[in-house]
Design a protein around this ligand. Structure first.
Ligand code: MN
Length: 229
């Protein structure tokens, strides 16, 4: 056994639907600008390619707990997203090969410090502190691919305190899941345990302390997130 100088950090993982087993998380990749109406609502150019960014694996948050309100923001935004989890990896995958790497899917929220992101964007600086903060990726239980209804169409929605904020369809993705994975595999060697958050439809808005968020994708267990008061 390796003799470490400090206690090794624990491995972040996701609950698996209808199972006592968990899915170990390696990395969290995110796709930006993947639904046209959301690109427009943030004033971005729809002709630009979607962008990839990352969150630390331990930013993944189990929504069974109450989420502390994040520090360093006055403009916390929700972005509901379909999340896919890879059971195997690869490089330079075709879209068909890319789909074969998917182990399962879930619903997640790409929490964003929009004020921090606005400053970063205006200065051409990295987005890390706008996107990759503590607990910035609440993700529901993971469902095995064979039990997932569809990765390519079906409603995707998010409510805050019962009011509809986001309502779209997976079919609106500019880059479908297979294309996202294939493109990403040209940039990095993907591996088992990687998660990919596949972008958000229009309707992103602010969250406040005490808000109760419900979110879902057709055919997957929905997510409830309680923000601490
Ligand atoms: Mn996002």
């Amino acid at each position: 056994m390796t003799d470490y100088v400090i206690t090794p950090p624990s491995r972040p993982s996701l609950r698996v639907h209808d199972s006592t087993q968990r899915f170990p998380i390696r990395r969290v990749f995110c796709v930006g600008r993947n639904y046209e109406a959301h690109i427009r609502e943030l004033g971005n150019d729809t002709r630009e390619l979607p962008v990839f960014f990352m969150k630390p694996a331990d930013a993944v948050f189990d929504p069974a707990q109450i989420m502390p309100f994040p520090k360093a923001t006055d403009d916390l935004h929700h972005e509901v997203e379909l999340v896919v989890a890879l059971g195997q990896g690869g490089s330079h995958l075709s879209p068909d090969e890319a789909l074969k790497t998917v182990w399962g899917a879930s619903v997640g929220i790409d929490l964003t410090r929009r004020d921090v992101q606005a400053v970063a964007k205006s200065k051409g600086l990295p987005w890390d502190m706008a996107k990759g903060f503590d607990d910035s990726a609440p993700i529901a239980q993971l469902v095995k691919l064979q039990d997932v209804k569809s990765l390519t169409n079906g409603s995707i929605w998010l409510n805050v305190n019962g009011d509809v904020r986001q309502s779209g369809d997976l079919a609106e993705m500019i880059w479908p899941v297979a294309d996202c994975i294939a493109h990403l595999s040209n940039l990095v060697e993907l591996a088992a345990g990687d998660l990919i958050m596949t972008g958000t439809p229009a309707g992103v808005s602010q969250l406040k302390p005490g808000d109760v968020v419900t979110a879902g994708v057709d055919g997957l267990p929905s997510l409830t997130l309680r923000v601490a008061t």
